[in-house]
Design a protein around this ligand. Sequence first.
Ligand SMILES: Cc1cc2nc3c(=O)[nH]c(=O)nc-3n(C[C@H](O)[C@H](O)[C@H](O)COP(=O)(O)O)c2cc1C
Length: 183
Amino acid sequence: MSETELRELSWDEAITLASPHPYVLGVTADAAGKPNALGLGWWTICSWEPPMMAVSLGKRRYSRQALEYCRELVVCLIGEEHARGAWICGTKSGRKTDKLALAGFTTVPSLVVKVPTIAECVLAFECQLAGELETGDHILYVGKVVAIRGAAGSPKHLYSLHYRKLVAISATGEVSLAVPHEG
Ligand SMILES: Cc1cc2nc3c(=O)[nH]c(=O)nc-3n(C[C@H](O)[C@H](O)[C@H](O)COP(=O)(O)O)c2cc1C
């Protein structure tokens, strides 16, 4: 069978082939006010007017519990230079640790929402929860974007290849390997 001929694929193979997926960090805060960020590949813009975004969170994630509590989320795009910290946010839980500190990130107050913004991000969408839909083992949360901030310049930001590695791509299309898979 040739490489270009269509054949049936597994879900895993299909997600690999559909890569790269833009990778962001979703910041929440728990009942004690502790901020935390998880890595998200399943997110999308879902309304132009009003601006809205959707993120899909695994039911067992600590971040999901935090989002249910705080009802706010800051979606942060991260530049290539912070790829290793961004990878930590996608591979370690903040349930028992200060994951943001572990990942080398600091926070600044957001413009509108109480949940903070990652100071090192290049673009931040502040969202207030507007709805949710249970989907299998995840819950799709829809948020209304209430404020946006970005850094000047055009850095390369992060994309995931399946859930195995991150690459960085600039707005003009230059690609580099940001975090190779390590075991
Ligand atoms: C590339 C990549 C993409 C991910 N995308 C999602 C996602 O869209 N939704 C989700 O719930 N978890 C996703 N994860 C997994 C979480 O980021 C991960 O389980 C994290 O440790 C959860 O953190 P928490 O326990 O602090 O909430 C992704 C991980 C990686 C590495």
